[in-house]
Design a protein around this ligand. Structure first.
Ligand code: NDP
Length: 330
């Protein structure tokens, strides 16, 4: 079983300067939480709207290379796609022996786009929570799960630093914990989860919509049944508090019978073969290489699939319904 941790030692961060690079979703939330935890935090960012936002929140803001130079500990909280360039141009040249470099995602180190420099700790503190949730949980005294890992332990205390940062960003409030993991495990799990659960859900719902309409169900009724009513939000809240099968008891017995007899037809043995293929693409690095090449080429395929998917009749009907319900404006 993976080791779980419920505390970290903030003393480890005392007298140290922590630079948060990037003031976006995670950057802002983690910087504010660490400052409220008594940590000395500065921000590194490009001079634009995020820079101004950090200034308005009362932080000292520097160009990225200068922030790294002023820091003992650096949290690299910029999008994974831009990270390798920013790292090699602005972070790596300013790293010094004894520094700690923390990531919120294992992606770039796991797939070899960033290679650890000697003399520096490379650690992972990856919240399983969106940035807004990281901040709101902290303000409400609630914790959240984080995955922690060590890619390079130069100080001999890399895991302690990860736990200290987890504590400072508020992971150990009520109900929160740190789970020992690794850059690879985090990256593989994250990709697999988003591709299979996220991607699978998008296309399962769309296929279900096509069949419902084929059988004469109106688009509005189909959309409300499948996701537009918001019922799924309640179901997933119940999954969170009661467990995946525990929440089934909230549904009618007809529904319980239907779900448990028809569900396995969708997720039959062939599905496992498909999922193994998706996992193979991830762990072999094929997916990461494919995506890196796509980005280098200017994302032509990515743009084309976006365009194609937005032209699907379900999306056109969804827009009409959401407009009628006042959820979106023209
Ligand atoms: P955001 O997209 O919110 O990051 C935006 C920040 O990155 C801004 O400060 C932006 O500054 C900066 N940035 C963007 N492009 C560049 C660039 N080319 N050069 C320098 N800075 C740049 O990122 P997230 O907070 O979503 O993600 C940060 C990290 O956290 C990632 O590793 C991600 O995987 C991880 N993570 C994210 C979660 C989430 O919920 N979003 C959850 C858990 C982990 P500007 O626009 O001024 O350039």
């Amino acid at each position: 079983m993976a080791r779980l941790f419920f505390n970290g030692d903030l003393e480890l961060l005392r007298g140290k300067v922590v630079a948060v690079i990037g003031y976006g979703n995670q950057g802002r939330a983690q910087a504010l939480n660490m400052r409220d935890s008594g940590v000395s935090v500065i921000i590194g960012n490009i001079r634009d709207a995020y820079w101004e936002a950090a200034r308005r929140d009362g932080f000292e803001v520097y160009d990225i290379d200068e922030a790294v130079e002023r820091a003992d500990i650096v949290l690299l909280l910029i999008p994974d796609e831009v990270m390798p360039n920013v790292y090699s141009e602005k972070v790596l040249p300013r790293l010094r022996d004894g520094m700690v470099l923390a990531f919120a995602s294992g992606y770039n180190v796991a797939f070899g786009f960033i290679t650890p420099r000697q003399g520096v700790d490379y650690i992972l503190v990856a919240p399983r929570m969106i940035g807004q949730g990281v901040r709101n949980s902290y303000l409400e005294g609630r914790g959240f799960p984080v995955l922690i890992g060590v890619a390079q332990d130069s100080s001999g205390r890399a895991l302690d630093y990860a736990l200290a940062i987890a504590k400072a960003i508020g992971a150990f409030g009520a109900g929160g914990c740190a789970v020992e993991s690794s850059f690879e495990e985090e990256a593989h799990t994250d990709l697999f989860g988003e591709q299979v659960i996220g991607g699978g859900m998008l296309f399962l719902i769309r296929t279900a919509y096509e069949v419902m309409v084929e059988y004469g169900i109106s688009p509005e009724v189909a959309l409300l049944e499948l996701y537009a009513s918001g019922e799924l939000i309640e179901v997933f809240k119940a999954v969170f508090s009661m467990g995946l099968w525990g929440q089934l008891k909230l549904h009618s017995t007809t529904s319980q019978y239907g779900q448990q007899t028809r569900g396995p037809r969708i997720a039959g043995p062939e599905l496992k073969t498909v999922l193994r293929g998706i996992m193979e693409d991830i762990v072999s690095g094929r997916f990461a290489r494919e995506w890196a090449l796509e980005q280098m080429a200017g994302k032509p395929h990515f743009k084309a699939i976006w365009r194609r998917n937005l032209r699907h009749p379900m999306i056109l009907e969804e827009q009409k319904l959401y407009r009628a319900l006042g959820r979106i404006k023209d």
